[in-house]
Design a binder for this molecule. Sequence first.
Ligand SMILES: Cc1cc2nc3c(=O)[nH]c(=O)nc-3n(C[C@H](O)[C@H](O)[C@H](O)COP(=O)(O)OP(=O)(O)OC[C@H]3O[C@@H](n4cnc5c(N)ncnc54)[C@H](O)[C@@H]3O)c2cc1C
Length: 438
Amino acid sequence: MGRWSNWGRSASSTPSAVALPGSEDELCSLLAAAHPEGRRVKVVGGSHSFTDIAATDGTLISLDKLQGLTRVDPTTGWVSMRGGTRVWTISDALEPYGLALPNMGDIDRQSIAGALSTGTHGTGLGLTGYSGIVRGLRLALADGSVVTASAEENPQLFQAARVGLGAIGVILEVTLACVPSFVVRADEHPVELAEMLPSFVDLCRHEDHVEFYWFQHATQVAAKVNTRLPADAERAPLTRRQILLDDELLSNGGHRALCELGRLVPGTVPALNRFATKALASRVYTDRSDRIFVSPRRTRFREMEYAVPLEDFEAVFTEVMAAVNGFGAGITFPLEVRAAAADDTWLGTASGRESAYIALHRFVKEDHVPYFAAVEPILKAAAGRPHWGKLHTRTAEELRTVYPRFDDFLAVRDAVDPGGVFANAYLDRVLGQAPGRA
Ligand SMILES: Cc1cc2nc3c(=O)[nH]c(=O)nc-3n(C[C@H](O)[C@H](O)[C@H](O)COP(=O)(O)OP(=O)(O)OC[C@H]3O[C@@H](n4cnc5c(N)ncnc54)[C@H](O)[C@@H]3O)c2cc1C
């Protein structure tokens, strides 16, 4: 059997079997067969989590054949789709209905179920991550039975499965509250660090979507401020030349070359970072929302990201910067800062609190462990919640202290999968073992 590994090459495993079911019945039969024997099963989406959340030595199931929209209600904007649907297909599929996803993360390579299961988010203080817009789910449970869940029907199951870590059931179908399609104007420009830090929270309150990138030792940040416009607003997309020059040469291929140089000649990193900050040119462009939210990421890296209470952002980020600047080696990838609204999920990283996200990245050919270890204690002390799909070292005992509904989640998991059919080493660490395995 072939080896499975993730996009960031930070997790791998050797499944005992791989399955690509062509129907829901086939999938449920696989579960029903595995269940009595206590065999482990894991559904993977796009394998874009950095953690080993999708790793398994049991049966690995891909839902790549179970994709696509299943229902659209143009009146409410509620759209149902199969769990395996890749995020990059959704915007084109919604366009004929005049609908769009309200917000998106940096990339669209995930499956919608994978994105939900780890609490994937973008930026925008008026908006939640994907899980906050879920209105209904249809799930295959560990024994192969199928249930529907919403705020009214099986509400406990619904709450747990919206950010379910792959531990609750297989998402066969999800209904999302979409919005009328819109255009976004992106304004990218450098800002003095000393100006951005005290104004970030305020900026997030006044602008639709704010994020910034800060390179080690830099005194400026590269800011991106996005404004939502009506669907018929005039578009001024990036030209092919800009895409080639800015996005391919500077952000992807060119940045990879800088990372390689910085790795081979560490003394060049401060100069490379100054160059990289300046090279992220000032530019304004307008296009369909998904084309602004999403960018290609072709230079592989590893990432750790924590959500911290928004009001603590400046103090926490100042401490993080000091640790990054004091770190013994040059870091060629920037920190990324975003924000999101509070949501009412149980295990979403913004559950119950407005959140600032602080993400650290390291080039795939360098050792991320000491770098992340230098910063993680700061984020942990700030009551930070790690992204479930990005690298961290936290355990169930620690995570319980930052999630008020942690034990409610476990109660649902223990009820629907007592034998730990969906368990793996990652889930054992962050949730504790299922009762039948303990
Ligand atoms: C380059 C890059 C950029 C990223 N940018 C962002 C970003 O902007 N914002 C952000 O929040 N995150 C981001 N991420 C993280 C990413 O969104 C999450 O890790 C997401 O889970 C990946 O989705 P996936 O389909 O690849 O899921 P996988 O990694 O394949 O699986 C993740 C989990 O979902 C479960 N799962 C998959 N399908 C199902 C199903 N049908 N039913 C139940 N469980 C299922 C798996 O079992 C596993 O537990 C990024 C990752 C990368 C590599």
